[in-house]
Design a protein around this ligand. Structure first.
Ligand code: C2E
Ligand code: CA
Ligand code: CA
Length: 717
């Protein structure tokens, strides 16, 4: 009888209810998909083992699986069966069958067999135990299936997936995937734990929602972007999260929506990376670019941006804002005397005081060096910024202590208002600078509000500087002469040559306006030479007219004195004009001597060898001692007119001692800027007889001075 038939026809001796189960098709179904089902069914072999007779009946498929000829006479015993099984799996198989029989329980096992060609196959065997009325196991009816291929594929799959899984999980970047319809997590790699401190499982099991981690400040930003994702857009966002240990981290999240062929969103795939370090570096770079490194305050670039955004904000509104530009007076001296480190410390403390004065009312920025700028928004008139400026000057006047040094500073402040004084950041800053320069010019520790006339002045400075270069060749300069008179005799003792500039458009420009510009751009070198030459040529002319000559003094810039061709230049002129060197007096300021000591000593020695005289101009302004200045072999001291102005009030004592000392050192003393008889009488009392001042004469033209020379005397009117 055909074994197949046999199985089919063989009546199951017992009621089917006695069977623990029928063939476990359902189990198989649960493992394999229906598409492979038919294929599988055709390879499933069936067997029926009679426990009592120790006989096994196989279907054709079993013969195929075991690669044995379908010989109907072959009825393997349990022992024979065992010989087919891979030696390593035999005891496992034996144990499993004995257990099943003993417990009368169905089983499902996998084991390997070795067929006659020594090919190893993996078999899945599922079977039910049939028991008799006494509960003894009497038959095993089951199926065998060669699952070698499946195993192989599974292994391959595993091998394939394994590295990918490992790869995903080993990344620093977290990868996740979510079913868009169900909003269910599909996958989340382990890196999420490295980033957040929370294991991926917490998210996958819905014990924790990702949004719970998002920093409150960024949650709106997140939802806005999330909406974009839901509408099918690829998004990239950066936000902060709060980690398990309380740490804040910067996250970069890229979310890619996956759409089906109907353009419906089916899945979201995402990549989350920790960009905290990158952000910190960015922050540092930003700080370097936008903040001042010494004070930590916004720098010039940042301030300009703030001003611009303030302008944009206020467009069409009636509101205004103010800019205050603050510059420390004589800050360089602090750097020079105490060193840069102390200077930097002082800058820091100044920055702190400014911030204290302004608080949240405005923005304090460090512009450059010792210059700060304050943007003061929400102001309606000039009162608030002026008041703030006063608070600042007061605060800065208080003692600073740095490295045990006690330092005092004062500041000059320029103020301008938007939109009144400028409608762009550039115009405003430039006009505030004009106001600041005005404040500095007026003396130190002064607050100055911008006015359009200041700007006109700035424009004038620009024009003067430009025109200065052509002034000599255009013969626009001329000299005036101010007599210096002996107050006892009213005789003209000498005269000072003073330069004037007849500007073709702007009229006569006083030296106080253009000499500082010429000093700055170096043009002073030519001016000095021109003055000396002109004065000497003039003297020569006067002599030719038969006039009694008096010495003429000429102002010499330190810059010119320091050039090594200075002596040669004078010598040349003296030879050319045949002027007696003792009739030339060079006026040099006190600060020139002190600043460049040794070079100047050498240079002066050379010049004095020519026989010219030397006068110390503006004496008293530099606070140096006369005894110290003796080494320069000064012939004349000119007491600065500011001392003479205050002669009858505060400076009497100083002037008295200057005169006394100078005479003791054999120097002539000239009092400059004498305007009143009272001043004159005081000076006479002190035996200071040489007077230069409006009381006798203002500087006059060469023709007028020629008349004075003719008379030899100047009487007081
Ligand atoms: P300085 O050398 O101190 O010249 C004296 C200044 O005081 C002159 O002003 C003169 O006009 C003025 N002055 C004289 N007496 C009185 C008075 O009684 N009251 C008042 N209020 N002022 C009086 P100036 O001519 O405007 O010259 C100003 C400065 O310009 C000079 O000061 C000098 O430093 C510089 N300077 C003038 N000419 C030259 C020059 O040819 N070369 C150089 N390098 N500098 C010059
Ligand atoms: Ca002078
Ligand atoms: Ca002077």
């Amino acid at each position: 009888m055909d074994i197949k038939e046999n199985i089919k026809s063989k009546p199951i001796r017992k009621d089917s209810s006695n069977l623990h189960s029928t063939l476990m098709m359902k189990d198989i179904d649960s493992v394999y998909t229906s598409s492979t089902m038919d294929q599988l069914l055709s390879t499933i072999g069936c067997f029926d083992y009679d426990v009592v007779e120790d006989e096994t009946f196989w279907s054709d498929q079993v013969f195929t699986i075991f690669d044995i000829n379908n010989d109907n006479s072959f009825v393997p015993t349990y022992e024979t069966l065992l010989t087919f099984i891979h030696p390593d799996d035999q005891s496992y198989y034996d144990q499993a069958i004995k257990n099943a029989l003993h417990q009368s329980k169905s089983y499902s096992i996998e084991y390997r067999i070795v067929d006659k060609n020594s090919v190893i196959k993996t078999i899945r065997e599922q079977a039910n135990i049939i028991v008799d009325e006494n509960g003894n196991s009497i038959r095993i009816i089951g199926t065998v299936l060669d699952i070698s291929k499946i195993k192989k594929t599974e292994k391959l799959l595993l091998e394939k997936e394994q590295p990918f899984e490992t790869f995903y999980h080993s990344l620093d970047t977290a990868i996740w995937s979510m079913d868009a319809n169900m909003e269910e997590w599909i996958f989340c790699s382990n890196a999420i734990e490295n980033i957040t401190g929370f294991p991926a499982d917490l998210f996958l099991n819905y014990q924790l929602s990702w949004t719970d981690l998002i920093h409150p400040l960024y949650i709106d930003h997140f939802y806005i972007n999330y909406q974009k994702v839901l509408s099918g857009q690829d998004t990239n966002m950066q936000y902060k999260i709060l980690c398990r240990n309380g740490e804040e981290k910067w996250i970069q999240e890229r979310t890619i929506p996956v759409l089906n062929e109907k353009n419906e969103l089916i899945r979201l795939d995402g990549i989350i990376s920790d960009i905290t370090e990158k952000k910190q570096i960015e922050d540092k770079i930003n700080k370097l670019a936008f903040l001042d490194d010494i004070t930590g305050l916004p720098n010039r670039v940042t301030l300009e941006k703030r001003i611009e955004s303030q302008i944009q904000k206020l467009e069409d509104s009636l509101e205004a804002f103010a800019l205050l530009l603050i510059d420390m007076d004589r800050f360089r001296q602090i750097n020079d005397s105490f060193g840069r480190a102390v200077g930097d410390q002082l800058i820091k403390q100044i920055a702190f005081r400014l911030t204290e004065c302004v608080r949240e009312k405005g923005v304090v920025a460090r512009m450059v060096g010792d210059e700060f700028c304050i943007l003061l928004p929400n102001v309606h008139d000039i009162d608030a910024p002026v008041k703030l400026a006063e608070t600042i000057t007061q605060s800065l006047q208080e003692l600073f202590i740095i490295d045990n040094y006690e330092l005092y500073v004062t500041a000059s402040i320029g103020i301008s208002m938007y939109p009144h004084d400028g409608k762009t950041s550039e115009a405003l800053l430039s006009n505030t600078d004009v106001a600041l320069n005005r404040a500095k010019k007026l003396g130190r520790n002064i607050v100055k509000v911008y006015s359009p006339s200041m700007s006109m002045e700035a424009h004038r400075v620009f024009k003067l500087e430009k025109d200065l270069r052509k002034a000599i060749s255009n013969q626009e300069f001329f000299l005036v002469y101010q007599p210096i008179v002996d107050a006892n005799t009213n005789m003209i003792k000498s005269a000072e040559a003073l330069i004037r500039w007849a500007h073709p458009e702007l009229g006569i420009i006083p030296p106080s306006e253009f000499i500082p510009l010429a000093e700055e751009n170096g043009f002073i070198l030519e001016i000095t030479d021109w003055t000396l030459q002109t004065a000497c040529h003039q003297m020569n002319q006067w002599r030719q007219h038969g006039l009694p000559l008096v010495p003429i003094s000429v102002n010499i810039s330190a810059k010119r004195l320091l050039r090594n061709d200075f002596k040669e230049m004078i010598n040349q002129i003296l030879i050319e004009t045949k002027i007696n060197p003792s009739y030339i007096e060079l006026e040099i300021t006190e600060s020139t001597l002190i600043k460049n000591e040794q070079v100047i000593i050498n240079r002066i020695e050379e010049i004095k060898k020519l026989g010219v005289r030397l006068a110390l101009d503006d004496f008293g302004t530099g606070y140096s001692s006369l005894i110290y200045l003796k080494q320069f072999k000064v012939d004349t001291i000119k007491i600065d007119r500011f001392f003479i102005q205050d002669l009858l009030t505060s400076d009497a004592a100083i002037t008295k001692s200057i005169i006394y000392l100078a005479k003791g050192l054999n120097m002539s003393v000239i009092a400059e800027g004498v305007e009143t008889k009272e001043q004159l009488n005081f000076l006479r009392d002190q035996n200071c007889h040489y007077i230069q001042g409006y009381l006798y004469s203002k500087p006059v033209s060469s023709d007028d001075f020629q008349n004075h020379l003719q008379n030899e005397y100047i009487a007081i009117h």
